[in-house]
Design a protein around this ligand. Structure first.
Ligand code: NAP
Length: 345
């Protein structure tokens, strides 16, 4: 079967995913789109040389007969309502992060999905599909370095525009580390604290950059994650895990090493789209395959969306207070525990 996808939000990432469905992935087509700005939807189809029906709003798109599954790639504030509508209609839904902008919103979504009785939601935490992180996960799960003790991570971008604010270092940038480290360590966070080192001279006056976020987990792992968004030299993701008997490092993306005129050099990447292209392809193909097979969704779950929301709220509080802020999660519903086990088996 060809999975028929409706896209809500035809902005930057919406178009990226539409492009990959058309040009790089299999077993799916984009049959429907909607955007609050109708012209943007029309323009996206034109740019991508695609034919799909433009719907006036998300409700009519979700209910449409020609839509088997929905991509939610609209503005973060709009995700919760669209996810709830999709689950109510029994449609599979791939939702870009954040699942909802509040922890309560994520709880409401989980309740709706549990009531439906089958996982329909996959959240767009694509790093879980990155080959390097998959290797780290495999090594950690098989205790190749003993128990993890410390994590040093960095999320660095060359520059940001003036719409990027200090809180976005958490909600837009660190959110990926929050999810991937929780997944890698399989350990809940218990506290967050933020440190502001000397400011980068390239950062705009309103922005505190860089930031160092310290997270502690239930078992006592200490995480130090650097977010630098004016680092000039390139887009660079680092992760080093110190264990009892060894160290794991996230592999560098593949690149040619050049020896020339007395120097050895290699290129660095400059943007997230290139760095995680394979991971985005794999997350969306996995979603398509699950819809095609009518299997419960298995990628990052609504529970993971909830964990990210609670942790991100604590980090925002810590940005303001300068103190170590507690992170308190509800207990994980069996529904998500069982689904997680089933996905691993
Ligand atoms: P964007 O370029 O602003 O695109 C969002 C689009 O959705 C815009 O066209 C916007 O219209 C439209 N929109 C807003 N509310 C809507 C609604 N209720 N119904 C239909 N359309 C709506 O933003 P983006 O960069 O693509 O980001 C979209 C989401 O993806 C964000 O949540 C972001 O955090 C996430 N994202 C994730 C990654 C990742 O690595 N996983 C990367 C990038 C973005 P207007 O412009 O008229 O408001």
């Amino acid at each position: 079967m060809t999975v028929r996808i409706g896209v809500i939000g035809t902005g930057a990432i919406g178009k990226e995913h539409m492009y990959r469905v058309k040009n790089r992935l299999s077993k799916a087509e984009i049959t429907a789109v909607t955007d609050v700005n109708h012209d943007a939807a029309e323009k996206a189809l034109e740019e991508l040389e695609m034919k799909a029906k433009i719907f006036p709003d998300e409700q009519s798109l979700i209910e449409a007969e020609e839509v088997d599954a929905v991509f939610i790639t609209s503005w973060g504030e709009a995700h919760e309502e669209a996810v709830l509508k999709a689950v109510a209609a029994g449609k599979y839904v791939f939702c870009e992060k954040p699942l909802a902008v509040t922890a309560q919103g994520c709880r409401t979504i989980m309740q709706k999905e549990m009531k439906y009785g089958k996982r329909l939601i996959q959240v767009g935490f694509m790093r879980q599909f990155d080959h390097g992180y998959e290797q780290l996960k495999q090594a950690l799960d098989t205790k190749q370095i003993g128990e993890p003790l410390l994590v040093k991570a960095a999320h660095r971008a060359p520059e940001v525009d003036d719409s990027y604010t200090t809180d976005m270092a958490i909600t837009d940038t660190l959110i990926h580390e929050i999810n991937i480290l929780h997944w890698l360590l399989a350990d809940n966070y218990v506290s967050a604290q933020i440190f502001y080192p000397k400011k980068n001279k390239h950062a705009l006056p309103h922005l505190r950059d860089p930031q160092v976020i310290q997270l502690e987990t239930e078992s006592g792992v200490l995480i130090q994650a650097e977010v630098s968004v004016n680092i000039q030299y390139g887009y660079d993701i680092q992760c080093e895990i110190v264990g009892e008997e060894g160290i794991l490092s996230l592999p560098e993306p593949e690149t040619t090493v050049m020896r020339y005129k007395g120097k050895q050099s290699m290129n660095l990447l400059s943007d997230w789209k290139t760095r995680f292209q394979d991971a985005y392809d794999k997350e969306i193909q996995a979603f398509i395959n699950q819809v095609d097979n009518h299997e419960p969704a298995q990628g990052p779950s609504a529970w993971e969306g909830y964990v990210a929301a609670v942790t991100s709220d604590a980090c925002l509080k810590a940005q303001e207070s300068g103190q170590r802020e507690p992170i308190e999660l509800d207990s994980m519903p069996d529904f998500y525990r069982d689904e997680a086990k089933a996905a691993k088996a």
